[in-house]
Every structure is written in C-alpha cells, then in structure tokens.
Design a protein around this ligand. Structure first.
Ligand SMILES: Nc1ccn([C@@H]2O[C@H](COP(=O)(O)OP(=O)(O)OP(=O)(O)O)[C@@H](O)[C@H]2O)c(=O)n1
Ligand SMILES: [Ca+2]
Length: 500
C-alpha cells in the first residue's frame, strides 16, 4: 500500500464488507416490509367467509312463496349485504283458500320448506330465523271469518314450529307495513340509504291489495298514512297507503259484480265483457264473483252466468274507471275513494303484478300513449289468436291480461295521478340484483334489526384499497432504499474521483 494514498481511500480499502453489508441490510429491510404487509393482509382477511341465513314466507292472497336470504356474518349492518339465494313457490293457492280445511294449510308448505332448509348449511339451521307474513287474502278472511283465519294461522304455525329452523312467528301484516317494507326492500337493494341519495318509491300490486309508498316533503294530513324512519343516520318522511280490494283479482270481481248487477236475474244469463277477448266464452259460478267481502251482494247469489268477451279497450277503460270514486276528496289532494295522497315525488319501482302483467304485454318501456295504443290492439285481438300465440300460458292468466293491463293503466293514471310526463318515472321491475322486489326482505331486515338508525363505523379504506396501499408501499420502500444506496455510492465515487 502506497504511503501517499488519501486517508478516505485508505478507509475504503480497509473495509471490504461495506457494500455487501448495505445490500444485505436492504434485502432484510425489503423482506421485513413484505412480511409486515403480508401479515397485515392475511390478518385482516376473513379467513373463511361465514354466512348467516333467514327465511321469510310471503303468504299472499293468490299464492305463497318461500324466500331464503343470506348475508356475511360480520357485515350484517352494512346495507346491500343481504341477498336472496333461493325462492320456492308453494303449489296451489294462498293460505286463505284453506279456510274450509285449515289443517291442510300447514302441510301444503312442506315441499318448499324442505327445499329452503336444504339451502341452509346444517350447522346454521338451528339459528336461522323463519317468519311468515300473510297479506291481503288473510286480511279479508279475518274480516269475514275471524275463527277460520285464526285456524289457518295456527295450522301454518304448528307446521313451521317443528322444523329444525328457528321459527319466529306467523302473523297478518298490516297494509301499511306491507307498503313500508316494500319501500325499504327496493331502497336497501338500490343502496340508496347508505349513499344518502334520493330514494325510490314503491308500487306493489297483489291479488287482493295494492300499495303506494314514497318519500314526500308534504306535511302529514292523515298521520296514519305517514311513517317516519331514521336509517343509517338519515331521516325519511314516507307516505304509504294500502288499498284493500284493489289488488287485481279483487278488482276483477268488483268489475264483474258491477256488470252482473245490470243483468236480469235469470240463471245463466250472458255477461258481455269488453275487458275480455272476442270469442272468449265461459260458464262461471256466481259464487266465484261474490264470495268476497270486497263485493257487495244482495242475498246470496247462486247459480251460473256466461262470461262472454267483446274486446274493446276504450269501453273496458270506461268500465274500469267506474271501480274508483274520484269525486269526493276532503283533503288537499287525493288518489281515489277520498284517500289523501301528496303529490308524486321521484322515481318509482313497480313490482309484483305490475311487472308480471306489463312484462307479458311488452309495456315495460315506452310512453303512456304507446301503452294505451298497444293495449287497444291487444284487447281487440280474437281469443283464438291470443291462445295460439301463447300456448304455454295458463288460460286463466291469459284471458285476464286485457283487463289487468287496463286496470293497471287506470290505477296508475287516474288513481295515483301519474301523467304522460311522469310515466317515465315508473320502472317496472321484478328483481334488483338477485333479489325479488317485494316486502319480504324489508320485513326480515326489520325483524332482525339489520338496518341501524345510525351509520355503522367503517374503516376509512375498503379492504381492497387497504391491500393496494400496503402493496404499493411494500414495493416503494425497498425501491427508495435501493435508489438511496445508488446515490450514496455515486456521490462517494465522485468525491473519490475529485480527490484522486
Ligand atoms: N306470472 C304471474 C304470476 C302472478 N300473476 C298474478 O298476479 C297477481 C298478483 O300476484 P302476487 O303479487 O303474487 O299477489 P299476492 O301476493 O298473492 O296477493 P296480495 O299481495 O294481494 O296478498 C295474481 O292475480 C296472480 O294471479 C300473473 O298474472 N302472472
Ligand atoms: Ca303480495
């Protein structure tokens, strides 16, 4: 070694481990950062997603459906987490049709309950709540025959109690609850609550009742028609009204009874009906029309009549308008039959029979005028052609679509006051995502306290965002370290060059 060498150069040559040491430290540092991130990610990841389940039976007037819902166990208070995973339609009519043989009402649910149970893992079954809610069919039966309605409810209760699931009760829900839960369902599924965005109104048409529900800024005129909600930290002032007897099956009975009243009281007289297709001709029992508390009857009409179609939309429309009373309104504004309704606000999801019928008639899009024109042509199509064009549709449904479409247009335009302008605000929907629009999901969310009044605390970043940030940092830090080392070396060699 030369005695004239610079002292720094001397030191450098004296320490041959300097460079490998820095590389080693950098590697260890990088490994430590990667290790830290990996541990963080694994620790925070849900090792195996655990699900909870809930089952709701919708005991409607025309039929019963069994819905299975599922949600991640850790996230039950977050909106959008509950999803429908299965639905089973019970064979036969609604539970109110078992008034004469209540014992059979429970066992009729057997097949669908078994199917629903099989969708829930065995270890979760004991804790899976089961609710049955009955709607307008049972409301009518209770009005007509309270003990028959109690017996039918007892029969379904006895059946559901003995399943391995956690039976929570069977009851007749009110029309107001039915409307409110339908509104909660569509807005929960649309994620409107958590985002505090505008909510969507709900229009539900069943066989025996219909509900309209929407947020309104108008002062409550009739307190029974308003509900106040605080959901996820937001306040909602919601108008809801349920019209018993204005479901589409009861409305048809009402329409037939009006026309029958005008006929001579001889048996088997012919009823010419503009809401049914030309060429349609059926002998029907008067009891099919009159056997309902929705229809006023003088005496007990028995016997038969001939129901004959004479398809004419505008006459049918006039006739259907006669089912509503538009003249008396003691309140500021009304829908019909003197019922208060504030001005319509926002968009509306129209489901159940609103969807079934409008979807069949291809009227889910387009203007109100379009719908009227197309219905005019549909109603005037001969019955023979209708049957030929739709060989797979059940005859009872098929024969009624002209009436049902006309009823829906009349209810929406003349009843609820939608106009050609606001018609586009109605979205005819069956499902949102995988879940059916209807009252059952909202009911379950409420019964299981799954919609909190206040927004639950959430981490500032979603899990995927957190992982992305950590991975980025893990890549960036060793990179920076390496860059620092290179700069350090370059400045070292530059100063060496200067010195040399
Ligand atoms: N594909 C279908 C299914 C049902 N319907 C009819 O649509 C009406 C309403 O059905 P739904 O909404 O299931 O009524 P329910 O829930 O049984 O009655 P409610 O809500 O009044 O108790 C019934 O007349 C039914 O016959 C139809 O036209 N097409
Ligand atoms: Ca219903």
């Amino acid at each position: 070694m030369s005695p004239r060498q610079h002292p720094l150069l001397e030191m450098k040559t004296k320490n041959p481990w300097h460079r490998p040491l820095i590389i080693c430290v950098a590697i260890v540092f990088a490994v430590a950062v990667i290790g830290m991130v990996t541990t963080g990610v694994i620790q925070n990841r849900h090792i195996r997603q655990k699900y909870k389940y809930g089952i709701v039976l919708d005991a409607g007037s025309s039929h019963t459906s069994v819905y299975v819902y599922q949600w991640p166990a850790e996230k039950e208070n977050n909106t959008g987490m509950v999803q429908q995973t299965h639905v089973c339609n019970v064979k036969g009519k609604g539970i109110s049709s078992y008034a004469g043989s209540p014992d059979a009402a429970g066992s009729a649910l057997g097949e669908c309950m078994e199917e629903a149970r099989s969708k829930v893992p065995t270890e979760r079954q004991k804790e899976t709540p089961v609710y049955l809610g009955a709607t307008a069919g049972m409301r009518l039966l209770r009005m007509e025959n309270q003990s028959a309605s109690d017996q039918v409810l007892a029969s379904v209760e006895n059946f559901l109690k003995v399943t391995p699931l956690s039976y929570q009760g069977a009851c007749i829900i009110t029309g107001q609850e039915e409307g409110a839960y339908g509104w909660i369902t569509v807005n929960y599924l649309g994620d409107n609550f958590r985002k505090a965005q505008r909510t969507m109104g709900a229009l539900d048409l069943g066989g025996a009742s219909t509900q309209i529900t929407f947020v309104s800024g108008v002062e409550a005129q009739s307190p029974q028609d308003f509900i106040h909600f605080r959901l996820y930290g937001n306040e909602y002032h919601v108008y809801t009204h349920s019209f018993l007897c204005y479901g589409k099956d009861q409305a048809l009975r009402l329409a037939l009874s009006h026309r029958l009243r005008a006929l001579p009281e001889t048996t088997n007289s012919t009823l010419l009906d503009h809401c049914f297709h030309t060429g349609y001709r059926k002998q029907k029992d008067l009891s099919d029309v009159y056997d309902s508390p929705c229809v006023s009857k003088q005496g007990t009409p028995t016997g038969t009549f001939i129901h004959q179609g004479a398809g004419n939309w505008s006459l049918c429309h006039q006739h259907v308008q006669g089912l509503f009373n538009f003249s008396q309104c003691a309140k500021r504004s009304c829908s019909f039959n003197g019922v208060f309704q504030p001005p319509l606000q926002g968009t509306f999801g129209a489901f159940s029979a609103f969807f079934f019928v409008m979807n069949f008639l291809n009227l889910t899009s387009g203007s109100l005028d379009d719908a009227k024109q197309r219905l005019t042509s549909y109603c005037s199509t001969p019955w023979e052609k209708i049957q030929k064009d739709h060989p797979k549709v059940k005859e009872k449904y098929l024969s009624e679509y002209c009436f049902s479409g006309t009823y829906i247009l009349t209810l929406l335009e003349d009843g609820y006051n939608f106009t050609s302008d606001t018609w586009k605000e109605i979205k005819f929907i069956k499902k949102i995502g995988d879940s059916d629009a209807g009252w059952t999901l909202g009911y379950m969310l409420n019964m299981t306290n799954m919609i909190p009044a206040e927004a639950p605390d959430r981490p500032p970043l979603p899990h995927s965002g957190y992982v992305a940030v950590m991975v980025l940092l893990a890549l960036l830090l060793p990179g920076l370290l390496f860059l620092g080392y290179r700069l350090f070396r370059r400045s070292g060699s530059a100063s060496r060059k200067q010195i040399v």
